[in-house]
Design a binder for this molecule. Sequence first.
Ligand code: FES
Length: 180
Amino acid sequence: MSFIFTSDNLKKIDEILSHYPQDRKISGLIPILDLAQRQNNGWLSPEAIVAVSKLLNHPEIRIYEVATFYTMFNLKPVGQYHIKVCGTTPCWLCGAGDIRKVCEKHLEIGLNETTPDNLFTLSEYECLGACVNAPVVQINDEYIEDIDAQGLIELLDRLKQGEILQPQSLKKRQGTKPLS
Ligand code: FES
């Protein structure tokens, strides 16, 4: 399927590129890939990569080198909600392994798979940078902290029913304050 940046995104791209010298446009690659991914339902199709390559006048292979290095970029379609369970040690010690398994069972999919209704994709990521409130799951742009398997399942069911996704601590923690 073809990919053409929207006029809104072209304006954003002009703004991004205004921060860099004319002969260093490639420096704006990461935010431009992010725009392309958001426009393309959460993933970078080959056509989107070609569009970015042409826009920045840079070989496609260079664009792929960046897109395949950063886990924030998806090179396969993802569901409406991309669930990223942190699998690094602090979250793992706090139960992330069980959370992942329960999630797989509830959604009836494995890692890096998407439910047949295209609603949920499940992935495991390295440290999400919020270890103090482990275990942590990122869903799209939002962090769900102090999570447990049951809490995640209930949240997924509510999302399925149309609840708006919000960042939250399931233990109602304020920021990174210790729990009393
Ligand atoms: S280890 Fe999970 S957020 Fe850092």
